[in-house]
Design a protein around this ligand. Structure first.
Ligand code: ADP
Ligand code: MG
Length: 281
């Protein structure tokens, strides 16, 4: 459904962030994009929704060439791509519901959204999504009264409100504790399956990527150096992606089902071992 071919990006500063990226993302596939800081992960997903203009190549979403769109056609295309950021990308002084509804911006227009007048269907759908992400009890809370994991659930509901076909997710767990990180990754994964959504998830935590993605793409200095199944990601390959590191100290995959999954549960040990890529950031 999404095809990148020959995509390159050179920033005006001269930084070459991406070189000759070739990538085909099938419908419904959850892909993790891993790589050290500065590898070009954010640039890649931002080229897809055109928050960053690629300097070379073609990006097609279900046949539509995205790199040539402008004006209302670009806005229309962006609606089919839900973006999820680190969990602090909410408006603190707005309620949970208002933050979710702000995902409607592309539909209802800036002023209507600014005046907080939303169509009833959007409100109904927002309720439904908040229930799905486990926040029906917190609809009227201000965003700044929420925990990190709850904030990210709001971000997920907001991204889904516009019924996207593709999710672009940039470091969704970067500031969450390990247990909450897994809950959030699992939620994204389940929602993709329920809605037949494809996703690109930028994540530098290799263990999480391996646990929750169908496919892993490794970026190093703007180039794809690995593209395969989570199980194919060997220590040698991690060294290629991240540089020298004693990958044999990587903890065993976590037995996810054994852990209580309640959103408020705090029984998980806070001193869980650092994830695989922790020291390579
Ligand atoms: N707005 C920008 N202007 C100039 N250079 C940038 C900009 N954003 C990112 N870069 C550079 O592009 C490269 C890739 O950055 P980025 O996509 O943020 O990587 P990652 O998300 O993997 O950490 C880095 O060298 C970074 O310094
Ligand atoms: Mg980034």
């Amino acid at each position: 459904m999404l095809t990148l071919s020959g995509v390159g990006k050179r920033y005006s500063t001269g930084d070459r962030a991406l070189t000759d990226i070739e990538l085909i993302l099938p419908k419904g596939q959850v892909m993790a994009l891993i790589g050290p800081s500065g590898a070009g992960k954010s640039t890649l997903i931002r080229c897809v929704n055109r928050l960053v203009e690629p300097t070379q190549g073609s990006i097609r979403l279900e046949g539509t060439e995205l790199t040539k769109l402008s004006g209302h056609k670009l806005r229309h295309a962006r609606r089919s791509m839900g973006m999820i950021f680190q969990e602090y990308a909410l408006v603190d002084r707005l309620t949970v519901m208002e933050n979710v509804l702000s995902g409607q911006l592309g539909y209802v227009g800036f002023w209507r959204s600014f005046l907080r007048r939303y169509p009833q269907e959007a409100v109904t759908e927002a309720f439904r999504l908040l229930e799905r992400v486990g926040l029906s009890h917190a609809i009227d809370k201000r965003a700044d009264a929420l925990s990190g994991g709850q904030r990210q659930r709001v971000g997920i509901a907001r991204a889904l409100l516009q019924s996207p076909k593709l999710l672009l997710v940039d470091e969704p767990t970067a500031s969450l504790d390990p247990k909450t990180s897994r809950q959030i990754m699992r939620l994204i994964r389940e929602l993709c399956a329920e809605r037949d959504l494809a996703a690109i998830i930028n994540i530098h935590d290799v263990a999480l990527a391996q646990q929750f993605a169908d496919r892993i793409v490794g970026l190093r200095a703007g180039e794809i150096v690995f593209d395969g199944q989570p199980s194919e990601l060997t220590s040698e390959m991690l060294t290629t992606i991240y540089g020298e590191e004693d990958w044999d100290t990587t903890p065993e995959p976590i037995d996810d089902e054994a852990v209580d999954d309640g959103p408020e549960a705090s029984s998980y040990p806070a001193n869980m071992p650092a994830m695989a890529a922790g020291s390579a950031r």
